[in-house]
Design a protein around this ligand. Structure first.
Ligand code: SF4
Length: 373
């Protein structure tokens, strides 16, 4: 059992209130039991545990700072965290941050540059698109403040190291072209587009039925714009589909059949499952065992039957997926999208129809270019 990504919740609170957030607004309330910020004591235990893991497993892993909003740590606590991790981990191990961008300052960026932390900012598009769902706690726009943070990031002397890209949750009612053009204007080196959270019992926003293809229609428009651009940013979702269609590998869970080892560390040091499972049901991301970086050796946790059982849900079990001509490319999608009350995860993705359409469209384009037969 090898881990690729350790996602660390350094803050369990957020400074804004996105209506679609799986942490706070989809029924799970585990965050209420967590300390707001990771303490120095837990940072010490985390660093020791990750340092040990880097010796126990062969494969290097990335550490991703997440929340809530990780920059709620503030510069002093952030510096302690980065110093502590950098002294525990080999220098080649990536440190990354996923932030809403509102609290980015020059001081924060200097710290991240000093410790080699790449930053991805969550933004859903131009103001009208972004502010449909990403508002602050007073219901006010976040857009201008996020873009100001991106500008600091883009113009920092170490921007090529710092500015990893943007993370966008798709709004199928928006224009894919407008969104793409806007992200290009922000000079994003890459954009990761995500499906909205949802499942068979609670359909994702914008999907009228299991059979409907609103997201594929949006992604098809994106694909056309992307492939006609001579100088595009990287778009991981489309790149992964293209690579998988050509017989290669994806780089992230949710597409393809490669397994990804993902572990989450909460602000109190508890080890949990992939936090996106929170959108399935309250407590879905919790193990029965109460593992923690304070008490447990990570490599032993990852070798346990319970952890391996959690890891195995990445592989789709439904008969539809097993018989599907696109299984190698789709991989059955993300586990959270397979959830159905009463049937668990033994279903195709709720985005199955969308996956079939967009994969079919990519294959059509590759055939037209003579790249696949
Ligand atoms: S396209 Fe549908 S049936 Fe095929 S692997 Fe994906 S989710 Fe399963």
């Amino acid at each position: 059992m090898q881990i690729d990504t350790v996602l660390v919740k350094v803050a369990s609170r957020c400074n804004i209130n996105c209506s679609y957030c799986y942490v706070y607004n989809m029924g799970d309330d585990g965050w209420k039991d967590m300390p707001s910020l990771m303490s120095r004591n837990t940072v010490g235990a985390l660093s020791k545990a990750l340092g040990q893991l880097s010796q126990d497993q062969e494969r290097p892993f990335a550490t991703v700072f997440h929340g809530g909003e990780p920059l709620m740590l503030g510069p002093r606590r952030l510096e302690f965290l980065l110093q502590s991790l950098r002294s525990a981990l080999p220098t080649s191990y990536p440190l990354c941050m996923q932030t809403n961008g509102m609290l980015i300052t020059r001081e924060i960026l200097d710290l991240c540059a000093k410790h080699g932390v790449s930053i991805s900012v969550s933004l859903d598009g131009p103001k009208a698109i972004n502010d449909r769902f990403r508002l602050d706690k007073r219901g006010q726009s976040t857009h201008a403040r996020v873009v100001a943070g991106i500008e600091l990031l883009r113009t920092h002397p170490s921007s090529s190291l710092l500015y990893a890209g943007l993370l966008c949750v798709i709004d199928p009612a928006s224009s894919a072209r407008l969104t793409y053009d806007y992200f290009k204007s922000l000079r994003a080196p890459s954009v990761d587009f995500l499906y909205r959270d949802g499942n068979h019992s609670d359909l994702p926003f914008g999907k009228s039925s299991f059979e409907s293809t609103e997201y594929a229609d949006w992604l098809s428009e994106l694909l056309d714009v992307y492939l006609s651009d001579a100088n595009p940013p990287k778009i991981r979702f489309l790149d992964d589909i293209i690579k998988l269609c050509l017989g290669g590998r994806g780089i992230k869970e949710g597409l393809g059949q490669q397994e990804y080892g993902i572990a989450i560390i909460e602000t109190d040091g508890t080890i949990t499952k992939n936090d996106t499972l929170k959108s399935s049901f309250n407590g879905a991301d919790r193990f029965i065992q109460n593992w923690s970086v304070h008490n447990d050796r990570l490599s032993e946790v990852f070798e346990s039957a319970e952890f391996k059982g959690y890891h195995a849900i990445q592989n789709p079990t439904s008969s539809s997926c097993q018989a599907c001509e696109y299984l190698k490319i789709c991989g059955g999608g993300m586990p959270l999208h397979r959830w159905k009350e009463g049937a668990g995860f033994d279903n195709p993705s709720v985005y199955c129809s969308d996956q079939k359409v967009i994969i079919g469209k990519v294959i059509g384009r590759l055939k037209a270019e003579g790249l696949v037969h």
